[in-house]
Ligand binder design. Structure first.
Ligand code: ATP
Ligand code: MG
Length: 305
């Protein structure tokens, strides 16, 4: 994807084509126009199934269905291929709202469950490994944290940890994660209640997500435990398919525009909801603020195209 040209004053979305394809499907691309806002060439190579009215590959809507990966955008194909090849430490990074967390919680083999760890400066080891809590009987019981729960998984196989916003974790927590996210051979943790030493069960996997673009901002040792890092530059097609057809191209194009012109798919979800009650103009003003006219222009251009 080419960086958008930010030197132009009046950015706009530019749907360029809606070409008929075999089987009555339509193939649309959104590209940068002269005024500069959105570069997305190609956009998600969406084949619109006339029966379903949504992007589809063999009609499947299931992220885990192998048959649905034929026409995935490259970044999502990479995630799928890495997971199906057994890679169990992956960083998903890039602009907000593209589906990194959703993928961590839903994509791949999740038979042993997924635990979410949302990192911030205030989190402690309690969130990661666990803590003692009063049990109402005048004593204290140990409550496992997210990573220990994922180590244990379903009792037979380890589960998944989705460590969100990993760049926000405090130094202490990052040090702890160096052990907890280490290889199965190296990682150990002693349960404070039983004194038993635990290891992650086979199948334990970690997906870390972050919006930082330069992964050197992450501690070197942590980064080194994650040999695969994939920049997610497009919303997942299944997320895009939740939008009505006219919003799909603009939502894809806006997801990875220049940071000051970027619009997350979450805003398009809200816009779609609001416009049903308030009409397009007002909904756009409320949701997109100063960018409202760009979005409305894009929708108008798309309708006449
Ligand atoms: N495959 C999908 N199918 C349906 N909805 C999806 C899918 N992926 C993402 N979404 C929806 O898109 C929105 C953004 O997804 P998500 O929170 O995973 O993005 P993110 O990349 O983690 O964003 P951030 O970087 O801000 O944390 C959510 O409302 C989510 O439910
Ligand atoms: Mg997220």
């Amino acid at each position: 994807m080419t960086p958008a040209d930010s030197s132009h004053a009046t950015p706009r979305f530019s749907p360029r084509s809606a070409e008929p394809r075999a089987g009555g499907a339509v193939h649309r691309r959104f590209v940068l126009d002269g005024s500069g806002l959105h570069v997305c060439e190609p956009a998600v190579d969406a084949v619109i199934d006339p029966a379903l009215g949504r992007p589809t590959t063999n009609g499947s809507t299931n992220m885990n269905d192998d048959t649905s990966t034929e026409q995935l955008p490259t970044c999502w194909q990479d995630v799928t291929d890495a997971l199906t090849s057994g890679i169990d430490r992956i960083i998903l990074f890039g602009p907000p709202g593209t589906g990194k967390t959703f993928a961590g919680l839903h994509l791949g083999n999740l038979g042993a469950g997924a635990q979410r760890l949302i990192c911030n400066e205030d989190m402690t080891a309690a969130d990661v490994t666990g803590c003692w809590m009063p049990n109402g009987e005048g004593t204290w019981s140990w409550h496992d944290g997210a990573v220990v729960r994922a180590w244990r998984g379903n009792g037979l196989l380890g589960g998944r940890v989705v460590a969100d916003e990993i760049d926000r974790a405090s130094g202490d927590v990052l040090s702890l994660l160096l052990n907890m996210f280490d290889s199965r051979e190296s990682a150990t943790w002693r349960h404070p209640e039983s004194g038993k030493v635990h290891k992650p069960r086979k199948g334990f996997s970690v997906i870390m997500t972050t919006n930082v673009e330069n992964l050197r901002e992450l501690p070197v040792a942590l980064r080194d435990r994650f040999p695969v890092a994939i920049r997610i530059d497009q919303p997942h097609p299944d997320a895009v398919a939740r939008l009505p057809f006219d919003l799909r191209g603009p939502a894809i194009a806006a997801a990875d525009a220049d940071p000051d012109r970027r619009v997350s798919i979450r805003a398009f979800f809200a816009f779609d909801q609001l416009r049903k009650k308030l009409g397009e103009e007002r909904a756009a003003r409320i949701v997109f603020g100063p960018r409202a006219s760009d979005v409305l222009d894009a929708l108008r251009v798309d309708r006449v195209a």
